[in-house]
Design a protein around this ligand. Structure first.
Ligand SMILES: C[S@@+](CC[C@H](N)C(=O)[O-])C[C@H]1O[C@@H](n2cnc3c(N)ncnc32)[C@H](O)[C@@H]1O
Length: 338
């Protein structure tokens, strides 16, 4: 622990060096260190033997991460998990293992390496670096696609409690989760509301990973799985169409296309539920604002205010109803098929 106030130059230097923390946590997660420390502290040599890592290099990694509070270093190179670091266990309720693995993946870091290109041109960095969009790229790399789906499931589990407390999804008989990934968020809804049924819809290689997750959540018997592209058609017959973290991946023109495809499948009066995070007020929490940059760099979309969602609704045949904000910054923007 440091004593006294951190001088501004040092606080700034730590911010500037943030990518080093990202990469160090990424490596710790890839080695499974969080799970190896689940039963208590172990020496770095012991952890090196368990992971096949270089003993001295692993010690230096763990020591650095203890410096930022992820691990606690004890005598004789022994390390334990702190409360902060316990999120690096894969069995933690709000585990960040999947997300930490994803953000440090070289292909994702390479896209962020072209942020300057995005800021100078307004163009999507991922496409600039990899020559294709992030969805096509991951479809060609199944292990990266599965890693991305795990990352999304982490984020869903972290916000599900607060979002489900803020909005009553139990008033719908059938919810179609459009672009629902491997089903983590829909599973949380169905687990909370036993009278509700779901249809999970996403790209074929993505929904292929859903059955074990739905079974583990005990909701498989109330959740159908459908595959396709939301630029072509989505399943009909839902009382509510849920799009969580979908529209933020796309620019306005594509958002209107996706919403029109949904509208075609919906009966008049069916609900449209957009679950997204707003950028937030000036100078306040960085999460929504950096998520917005992540959209510029990665899929090529943006975070929006609920007023901006309302404008998209109007362009696609929906009436804006309102927003249910949650305490974690992710809210439900509700519309109705007009
Ligand atoms: C940011 S993820 C959000 C996943 C999930 N809704 C969640 O919140 O965890 C975006 C999802 O859109 C899906 N997606 C992208 N393009 C698609 C398309 N053309 N048709 C259907 N799903 C698509 C991706 O496979 C991915 O699961």
């Amino acid at each position: 622990m440091e004593s006294g106030k951190t001088p501004p130059w040092l606080a700034l230097r730590r911010l500037v060096n943030g990518y080093q923390v990202t990469q160090a946590v990424h490596v710790a997660v890839k080695l499974g260190i969080g799970d190896l420390l689940a039963d208590g502290p172990r020496t770095s040599d012991d952890l090196a033997a368990a992971t096949g890592a270089h003993p001295d290099a692993l010690y230096r990694l763990l020591r650095a991460l203890a410096g930022v509070g992820v691990f606690r270093e004890e005598a004789e190179r022994r390390f334990g998990l702190t409360e902060l670091g316990s999120g690096l266990r894969s069995d933690a309720p709000e585990s960040l293992v999947g997300w930490a693995a994803f953000v440090g993946e070289p292909y994702q870091r390479q896209a962020w390496g072209a942020l300057e290109h995005s800021v100078r041109t307004g163009e999507n960095a991922f496409r600039y670096v990899h020559g294709t969009d992030s969805w096509t790229y991951r479809a060609r790399h199944p292990e990266l696609s599965a890693g991305f789906d795990r990352a999304m499931a982490d984020l869903s589990r972290q916000v599900a409690g607060a979002v489900l407390a803020a909005y009553d999804f139990g008033r719908f008989g059938t919810i179609i989760d459009v672009g629902g990934g491997n089903g983590a968020f829909l599973a949380a809804i169905l687990a909370k509301h036993p009278a509700t049924c779901g249809v999970l819809f996403d790209q074929p290689h993505v929904v292929a990973g859903a059955p074990p997750l739905l079974a583990a959540a005990g909701v498989a018997d109330r959740c159908a799985v459908a595959e396709g592209s939301f630029f072509e058609a989505v399943p009909a017959g839902g009382d509510a169409y849920l799009l969580k973290a979908i529209l933020h991946d796309w620019e306005d023109e594509q958002c209107v296309e996706i919403l029109r495809v949904c509208r075609r499948a919906m009966a008049e009066g069916a609900a449209l539920l957009i679950v997204e995070r707003e950028p937030g007020p000036p100078n306040a929490a960085p999460d929504g604002k950096f998520s917005d940059l992540n959209m510029l760099v990665g899929p090529g979309g943006r975070e929006r205010t609920h007023g901006e969602y309302a404008a998209l609704f109007a362009a696609a045949g929906f009436r804006y109803v309102g927003i249910a904000p949650s305490e974690v910054g992710t809210g439900v923007v509700e519309g109705v098929a007009a």
